[in-house]
Design a protein around this ligand. Structure first.
Ligand SMILES: [Zn+2]
Length: 172
C-alpha cells in the first residue's frame, strides 16, 4: 500500500491491526481492525482515515487526548501461524480422506484417525460431526452403508462454512 489509506476498511486488504497513540500522554494500544471500526462507529465517528481518530478515545482516558493512528500489517509471525494451521487441517483431512476410501470394506478406527479427529476439533467446532465419523469408522460388522463418506462430507462442509480453505485434493 502506498500512502495513507482513505478509509479504515482499506486496511482489510493488508489484514492490518492499528496502533492507537495518544501524543498528549504517550499511551499506546493495539487494536484489531474490526474492533476499532466498531468502536469508531459506536462513538459516532466515521471510518474515514483522516477523521476516524477523532472518534477514538485515549487508551488512558487522559484529559486532553491527541490521537494518532498507525496501521500495522500482520507480520511474518501471523502468516507463519496461519500456514501452520492450514497444514494441520489439511494433513488431518488427508488421513480422514484415505481412511474414508478404505472404509466401505474395513473398519478404519486407527490411532491416526483418532489423532486427526482431535486435531480438527477446534476448527470444526461441532463435536457431533467428529463422533459421527468415528462411529462410522469403527462400527462392526462392515456394510457398504457403514462407510465414512457421509460423515467426511459433513466435516468438509462444516469447515468450508467456517471459512477454512480446504485443499482440492481433500474435497469429497
Ligand atoms: Zn492520552
Amino acid at each position: 500500500m502506498v500512502g495513507p489509506p482513505k478509509n479504515l476498511s482499506d486496511l482489510r486488504r493488508i489484514e492490518a491491526q492499528v496502533q492507537i497513540t495518544c501524543t498528549s500522554c504517550n499511551a499506546t494500544e493495539i487494536w484489531e481492525l474490526d474492533a476499532l471500526i466498531a468502536e469508531v462507529h459506536n462513538n459516532g465517528g466515521n471510518s474515514d482515515w483522516h477523521t476516524a481518530k477523532y472518534a477514538v478515545k485515549c487508551p488512558r482516558r487522559c484529559a486532553s487526548p491527541i490521537i494518532s493512528l498507525l496501521p500495522i500489517p500482520f507480520g511474518k509471525q501471523r502468516a507463519r501461524s496461519r500456514a501452520h494451521r492450514q497444514a494441520l487441517i489439511n494433513l488431518s483431512l488427508q488421513i480422514l480422506r484415505t481412511a474414508t476410501d478404505r472404509s466401505a470394506t474395513q473398519a478404519v478406527g486407527t490411532i491416526e484417525v483418532r489423532l486427526a479427529l482431535h486435531v480438527l476439533r477446534p476448527f470444526v467446532k461441532n463435536r457431533h460431526l467428529l463422533v459421527e465419523f468415528w462411529r462410522a469408522a469403527t462400527i462392526e460388522p462392515r456394510h457398504p452403508w457403514a462407510s465414512c463418506h457421509l460423515p467426511y462430507r459433513r466435516i468438509i462442509g462444516r469447515l468450508i462454512e467456517r471459512g477454512i480453505s480446504v485443499e482440492s485434493q481433500n474435497l469429497p
